[in-house]
Design a protein around this ligand. Structure first.
Ligand code: G3P
Ligand code: MG
Length: 245
């Protein structure tokens, strides 16, 4: 399996869910906050609507982060476009819309942000979400260095790989399985992403020997981040980019 490489160098810190905890998650306001804070790279989550369009949102349901209710995969684009994705965070962000992947990509280009697009499929939509996100990423980042595309779903990643053989992929697990190396190879993944608490020195040694960058989430304490970098972690996803950037 070929292993497409990233066309940009990984920074140490990715703003988690666009702008971390200090802006509404998965919004354009978060992207602007990340850029203002000095971040070079952001991570965000992408899910399909009932119309099959990719939108930035983490949960399968709307209630936690927006003023809507119900399942994202059952909502039409026209209804998602009307939602407020900022007021749950704070009144200061009221009126912040839920962004499409297209809008997020355009703002990343404008602000000079590199991206980790996390495919976040609703249950049962793993393959189609991987295909659509991969296809849109190729189109939206045409003539630019491609973003890193990751997912907890290997089905989504395999579908993305079929659709876009040259796409750099990140294999993402909360806790990497014992056979992570074979799975990374089978996907042709560029990097391994996991929870910081799941890291072992054995895994870091094996990844280093194989030239596989390890990225971990969610790291909010600068001392924890420094310790992880010393152990061999390449980059962290953080909600406190004000402290880590
Ligand atoms: O991609 C890293 C991290 O975002 C994975 O966790 O649940 O915040 O998407 P989650
Ligand atoms: Mg994520």
């Amino acid at each position: 399996m070929i292993r497409p490489l990233l066309g940009w160098s990984l920074p140490r810190v990715f703003a988690h869910r666009c702008g971390g905890a200090l802006a509404p998650e998965n919004t354009l306001a978060g992207l602007r906050f990340a850029a203002q804070t000095g971040c070079r790279a952001v991570e965000f989550d992408v899910m399909l609507s009932a119309d099959g369009s990719p939108w930035l949102i983490h949960d399968e349901t709307l209630e936690r982060t927006t003023d809507g209710c119900g399942r994202v995969c059952e909502m039409r684009d026209v209804d998602l476009a009307r939602l407020d994705a900022g007021a749950r965070q704070s009144g200061a962000f009221a009126g912040t819309p839920l962004p499409t992947l297209k809008a997020a990509a355009a703002l990343c280009h404008e602000l000079g942000l590199m991206a980790n697009v996390e495919i976040k499929p609703a249950n049962g939509f793993e393959a189609i979400t991987g295909e659509v996100v991969a296809q849109q990423v190729l189109e939206l980042w045409r003539d630019r260095p491609l973003p890193l595309v990751s997912s907890f779903s290997e089905t989504s990643l395999l579908a993305a790989r079929r659709m876009a053989p040259g796409l750099p992929l990140g294999a993402l697990w909360e806790r990497p399985p014992a056979d992570w190396r074979q799975r990374v190879d089978a996907l042709g993944a560029f990097s391994l992403h996991c929870a910081a608490r799941a890291l072992s020195d054995g895994l870091l040694d094996e990844a280093r020997a194989a030239g596989i960058p390890v990225l971990c989430y969610t790291v909010n304490d600068p001392l924890d981040a420094e310790t992880l970098f010393l152990r061999g972690v390449t980059a962290v996803f953080s909600d406190r980019i004000d402290l880590l950037s």
